[in-house]
Design a protein around this ligand. Structure first.
Ligand SMILES: [Zn+2]
Length: 514
């Protein structure tokens, strides 16, 4: 009585019958509540300093504005004051590192209502970070024998029917474009923004006659994809509708799967180490032969499933990286390996998804001539160690708290003259550094030196060069690093050499990794 919402909820469960099993009651002495529980019998059981009311907010019952407005109370409750304190510290840290907040403050990206929801625009600073990351991935891929390709943003929908993505994947795609290219109904062609790069790369594989000598063929592209995510789920750079993926497809014979997968995992390890990411593991998603809906969910080829899973699992063991396994989460065309990260708040995120595909090459009739002269379908490894730029940069903003290592930092050096009379010396340093492709900027404002330093710190610029009379006359610079109060006066050529090494080796000199 007096609980209209609980009554309505119970009634709905009762009406549908389906949910009746989920109705729970919790009893505490004479008090019975329709609730999962548990409840304490007495508030005296709670440590008075273990909880904290945080905030309140209005929320419509069941999320509909036609319903009553309710009050939602946010609180933290822990067993002890220390646990609460630790949680609060992590929470504050997470707030400070939030990629949406820092993304705006540091000029990394913006979202314009006039362009559209979920379609981030990369600002100059964000573009530097993307470009540097992309350049690094290109180098790793080049060393591993990848070849780069470039493909358009759209394709005919027929292609996705052939691969089997349609009709199942339709909801995840932007609406189709029907374009009249000839006479009558026959003359209409349907195109769609590509939700993935694979079929485009497959067409490149199929464009030439391939022999076993050409394999493994590794085609790489930072490819743009579009997925029509629900507007309610869109969030900053983490959930978007337009994304650019560190994609590649490796076409190989069965006997190379293990070796290729191993190289892919090694590339992940090298990348993550370069960025100081240590808290990650791999998750192998396999098919579930007992799933009653298995025939709809997975390509019906039990032998291929068993064979490929063994090969992938062996490669994972050999890599020495930690992994676990979940049944029933595979892609419809083969086993999947996700790389899972823990964020600052302890939230788990999928940073990269890799799949082995034994079905689509057959559907698209991709073949190569084997050493015995027969035509065979290749296996395809889909891999994306740096995921999408959107997701990966969001993660990196939080990981580095916006203070990127020098090689990725949008502005690497800020030159701060203590007065106007040193502007010319500042310009000379700026030109010299820019001549060596260093992103150096001279602060030309008429602010005080203290204000200029504070601005550079706010922008999280890794190196500040303070210059005045002493520096100008001796061709030296007073260097201050972001995150440190120390400063050191050294000859300018020495600074330049040190900086060049830091950038060339892509040193992990970020000030704040969690
Ligand atoms: Zn793919």
């Amino acid at each position: 009585m007096g609980e209209p919402y609980k009554k309505q909820y119970a009634q709905e469960l009762f009406d549908t019958r389906e949910g009746m099993d989920s109705l729970r009651f919790y009893t505490n002495g004479l008090f019975v509540d329709m609730c999962e529980g548990p409840h304490v019998a007495d508030t005296g059981e709670l440590p008075a300093d273990g909880f904290k009311l945080r905030s309140i907010a209005g929320a419509y019952w069941r999320g509909s504005e036609k319903n009553d407005m309710m009050t939602r109370i946010y609180a933290w409750a822990f067993k002890s004051k220390d646990e609460l304190k630790e949680h609060r510290r992590r929470w504050q840290e997470a707030q400070a590192r939030d990629h949406k907040k820092l993304g705006k403050e540091l000029g990394i990206y913006t979202i314009s209502e006039e362009i559209g929801k979920g379609l981030p625009l990369w600002m100059p600073n964000g573009t530097v970070i993307r470009d540097e990351l992309e350049k690094y991935m290109r180098e790793l891929e080049f060393k591993d024998g990848y070849k780069r390709v470039a493909t358009p943003h759209i394709a005919k929908t027929d292609l996705y029917h052939k691969t089997g993505h349609l009709p199942y994947y339709k909801e995840g795609m932007y609406p189709f474009m029907h374009i009249k290219e000839g006479e009558g109904d026959e003359g209409t062609t349907t195109y769609v923004l590509k939700p993935m790069n694979c079929p485009h790369h497959h067409m490149i594989f199929g464009a030439e006659k391939r022999s076993y000598r050409d394999l493994p063929l590794r085609l790489a592209e930072y490819g743009h994809c579009y997925r029509y995510e629900d507007s309610g789920s869109l969030s900053g750079l983490l959930r978007v509708r337009g994304m650019c993926m560190n994609d590649a497809h490796i076409y190989c014979a069965a006997e190379s799967i293990q070796e290729e997968f191993l190289a892919v995992m090694e590339m992940h390890r090298v990348l993550y180490e370069k960025l100081g990411i240590h808290d990650y593991y791999m998750r192998l998603s396999t098919w579930d032969p007992e799933d009653p809906k298995g025939r709809e969910k997975y390509v019906d080829n039990p032998a291929a499933w068993e064979d490929t899973q063994v090969r992938v699992r062996e490669a994972m063991k050999e890599s020495g990286l930690p992994f676990d396994e979940v049944k029933g989460e595979a892609a419809f065309y083969g086993p999947k390996i996700d790389f899972q990260f823990k964020t600052v708040t302890g939230r788990e995120e999928t940073a990269s998804t890799n799949q082995l595909d034994f079905a689509i090459p057959e559907k698209l009739n991709l073949v190569y001539t084997a050493s015995d002269g027969t035509e065979q379908h290749p296996y395809v490894i889909h891999r994306a160690p740096a995921g999408t730029h959107e997701r990966f940069v969001a993660f990196l903003i939080e990981h580095f708290a916006g203070a990127f290592p020098t090689w990725m930092a949008p502005v690497q050096v800020k030159i701060i003259p203590v007065g106007e009379s040193f502007t010319a010396y500042g310009e000379q340093l700026e030109n010299e550094l820019r001549g060596e492709m260093v992103r150096a900027e001279l602060d030309r404002s008429s602010e005080t030196m203290g204000k200029k330093v504070r601005t550079a710190i706010k922008q999280k610029i890794p190196h500040m060069l303070v210059i005045g009379e002493k520096e100008m006359s001796a061709n030296t610079v007073t260097v201050r690093r972001y995150g440190s109060e120390d400063q050191q006066t050294i000859p300018f050529p020495q600074f330049k050499d040190q900086l060049a090494t830091t950038i060339r080796t892509r040193a992990l000199d970020a000030a704040r990794i969690f």
